[in-house]
Design a protein around this ligand. Structure first.
Ligand code: ADP
Ligand code: MG
Length: 707
């Protein structure tokens, strides 16, 4: 006997969750490889290979006992088969008999069954009989072929493999085979599965036991128990994810101590005098959150969310001035140089004539121009340093860094944030212009506190969004012409074809459109072209012309997505709008509606695609970035927007952060309570949770070293 076979378990042997599936009965090296492709290496992972569907079949009856509309399971000999390919939809038919009667079974679109259901075999089928041509028949029943058909004796029992879970199969491993491997493992749940919670906690959250949950998810006695099992396992998954986030947050807050910044009335009014307007209620609320955090020795770890133009920069500058008033330095980091210089410019506007020493560090600086400011930063003679994340992380030494402001725009770099903390522990404020649905805020950013600017400052005109069908293009152009005559300005945006970079193809498309618009449609106006591959000076010149109003309309690829602020531009045309995602459409639209007059966003699209259509409808219906983000998540599903792995979290196998939001909230509360009670999970009653957490997160939580 070879060693691998010898090691295969007998159902009497002890089993552990970390045991390789290879040693299970019926697996072996070849199937272990197939399992590995399904992400299953250990017995513990096998238990978490949950069914994708379930069959609830009643016990078998004779064909003669079937009644219309009463769910039934029958066992019979296949007496004839036929594939009716001419029918619409095509149909596969089998006539099945036992000693009491004959039953017709049909499957629509059942061509694939020709190789599965054969003459002379015994079939077990379960479904709700209906009457067709005065005869009972089963339509699209769940079925299986009995293991060993015995000629002439259709008395096979439908084995327990018929009811229960249906698994996502993989070429060489059928659902049924997977089930045959899992079922015996369920006899070992005692050894394999530990309870996480005490009785009172379980009762409060309304959860069944963890062992029952595993038993029932694979082999549910009825639908109600299945639902309970699903709820329990979803809860556990969300709980572990939140616990991981909670521990991560606990560590960043307790490992280090930041400089507490005191806010006096005098400092507050001195800062506010810098702004030529009253701050909005939302801005004030965010500032109160931030000042509260910065007053502590525990470093602030806060996310500031708000649409483009909602007034985040002002809030961030308030925080910066508070840190400076407390004799510390501030770093402001942006993802790109363009954004960094924009931040610097807008800060300049507010800080004119102030004594705050500030500098913009760009990659282009060399020699003395670079060395001198760096030396001053090191000696504490610079208060605010603005630059890209890469620059500030890599090269620059501060004397006493008190606050880091990170503008993440559309990218969320959890890892980046972590890295920044390597020297000391400054307070940290992350800004993002992408509204993050509450569900994501609790997951991706689950270790951050969140402040939201929901309403923009007053004095912004309404933005009306319309879908425009191809046949209405002329009328839309006429409408735009009227607006241009009224001295308003317009953007025409062309989609990015490849998702990565601007390609020559889309530049060509934009260039062609520009010719058409400037020569034929709007010859009486100044229409300019802008794309990413133009020389930088040329781009600057065109942008300046547009800002001044010398250019009436700007035709561009999506490069303008990044930071243009022209209040007089009140029209945005988005060509092939169906090619854009919701979030991007919303970002683009944020370029208009910046002045007081009414703005118009026209979405040109020609599509029958339902998803694309529903996106455009959402755009036309609402301007609320948060609602749009929620809808985006709903339309696209969490997968695309939220990949747990990318954020250093384990993937979710059964829970869904949208559908299971209510459960997520409860799980989060329990997880965070646990963190405050036992932040190292050292207490013996938390051992099983700790083990599960280590299995999911590995060492990334630093749990290993507190063992
Ligand atoms: P964000 O950084 O969120 O894109 P900004 O802070 O740059 O937004 O603000 C956008 C515009 O709104 C700026 O021109 C700014 O001067 C103006 N603004 C900000 N806060 C207010 C306010 N409370 N009242 C009036 N205008 C404001
Ligand atoms: Mg801004």
């Amino acid at each position: 006997m070879d060693a691998a076979v010898q090691k295969q378990t007998d159902s009497r042997d002890a089993m552990t969750a970390s045991m390789a599936v290879q040693y299970l009965k019926g697996v072996g090296p070849a199937r272990a490889e197939v399992f590995a492709k399904l992400g299953v290496h250990t017995v513990g992972e096998l238990l978490e290979y949950f069914p994708r569907d379930w069959v609830f079949a009643p016990g078998p009856i004779k064909i003669g006992q079937m009644r219309a509309e009463e769910p039934a399971t029958i066992i019979g000999l296949v007496e004839s088969v036929d594939f009716l390919s001419q029918r619409r939809p095509p149909m596969f038919e089998a006539i099945v008999a036992d000693e009491t009667g004959v039953c017709r079974i049909v499957w629509f679109n059942g061509g694939y069954l020709r190789n599965q259901v054969r003459l002379g075999q015994v079939i077990v089928a379960s479904g709700k009989p209906n009457v067709y041509k005065h005869q009972l028949q089963l339509t699209n029943p769940k079925f299986m072929m009995a293991e060993e058909p015995q000629p002439g004796s259709p008395h096979a029992e439908p084995d327990k493999h018929f009811s229960g879970g249906v698994y996502s199969a993989s070429g060489r491993l059928s659902s049924r085979q997977i089930k045959q491997i899992i079922l015996p493992v369920l006899d070992h749940l005692d050894e394999l599965v530990d309870e996480f919670y005490d009785d009172s906690c379980r009762k409060e959250a309304g959860l069944i036991g963890r062992q029952d949950a595993f038993a029932w998810i694979h082999m549910p006695p009825d639908e109600h128990k299945l639902a309970e099992a699903q709820r329990r396992l979803k809860f556990d998954e969300l709980f572990l994810m939140q616990l991981g986030l909670g521990l991560r947050r606990y560590r960043t807050q307790h490992d280090a101590s930041a400089t507490p910044c005191t806010l006096t009335e005098e400092i507050d009014s001195r800062i506010r005098r810098r702004f030529p307007f009253l701050l909005t209620e939302d801005q004030n609320t965010c500032i109160a959150d931030i000042a509260g955090d910065m007053g502590q020795t525990r470093p602030m770890n806060r996310l500031l969310q708000g649409d483009v133009g909602s007034g985040k920069t002002v809030v961030a500058l308030y925080a910066a001035l508070l840190a400076i008033a407390n004799k510390t330095q501030v770093a402001i980091m942006a993802p790109t140089e363009i954004l960094a210089s924009q931040h610097f410019l807008s800060i300049e506007r507010y800080l004119k004539d102030s004594q705050v020493r500030r500098v913009l560090i760009t990659g282009g600086l060399t020699g003395k121009k670079r060395d001198e400011p760096l030396a001053r930063i090191k000696q504490g003679e610079m208060d605010i340093v603005v630059g890209t994340v890469a620059l500030l992380q890599k090269d620059i030494e501060f004397q006493h860094l008190g606050l880091v402001v990170i503008d993440e725009q559309h990218k969320f770099g959890v890892h980046q944030r972590a890295e920044l903390r390597k020297d000391g522990a400054p307070h940290c404020l992350v800004m993002t212009a992408t509204p993050i649905p509450r569900t994501l805020a609790m997951t991706v950013f689950g270790d951050l506190d969140v402040s939201i600017i929901k309403h923009c400052p007053p004095g912004r005109g309404e933005v009306v969004t319309r879908e425009v069908d191809p046949q209405d293009r002329r009328r839309a152009y006429d409408f735009i012409r009227d607006r241009l005559r009224a001295r308003k300005q317009a953007y025409f945006v062309y989609p990015r074809i490849s998702s990565v970079e601007e390609t020559s193809k889309e530049i060509a498309a934009a260039t062609e459109a520009w010719k058409e618009l400037s020569e034929r449609v709007f010859p009486e106006f100044q229409v300019a072209l802008l794309h990413g591959q133009m020389p930088s000076a040329e781009k600057q010149r065109i942008m300046a012309g547009f800002r001044k109003g010398a250019i009436d309309a700007l035709v561009s690829t999506v490069v303008i997505e990044v930071g243009v602020d022209v209040p007089n531009a009140t029209i945005m045309v988005i060509e092939s709008a169906d090619h854009f995602g919701l979030a991007q459409l919303h970002q683009l639209r944020g370029r208009i509606g910046r002045g007081e007059s009414k703005s118009y966003c026209l979405l040109f699209a020609e599509t029958d695609n339902e998803v694309a259509k529903s996106r455009l409808e959402v755009m036309a219906r609402t301007n609320d970035g948060f609602e749009i983000a929620e809808q985006d998540l709903r339309i696209r599903g969490p997968g695309e927007l939220f990949s747990a792995r990318q954020h250093g979290l384990p993937d979710l196998k059964i829970a869904n952060i949208i559908d299971d939001y209510d459960l997520l909230v409860i799980a989060r509360r329990h997880a965070f309570e646990l963190v405050s009670k036992d932040p190292t999970l050292a207490q013996p009653e938390h051992r099983s949770i700790r083990r599960a957490l280590l299995a999911k997160f590995g060492d990334s939580l630093g749990l290993a070293d507190v063992a």
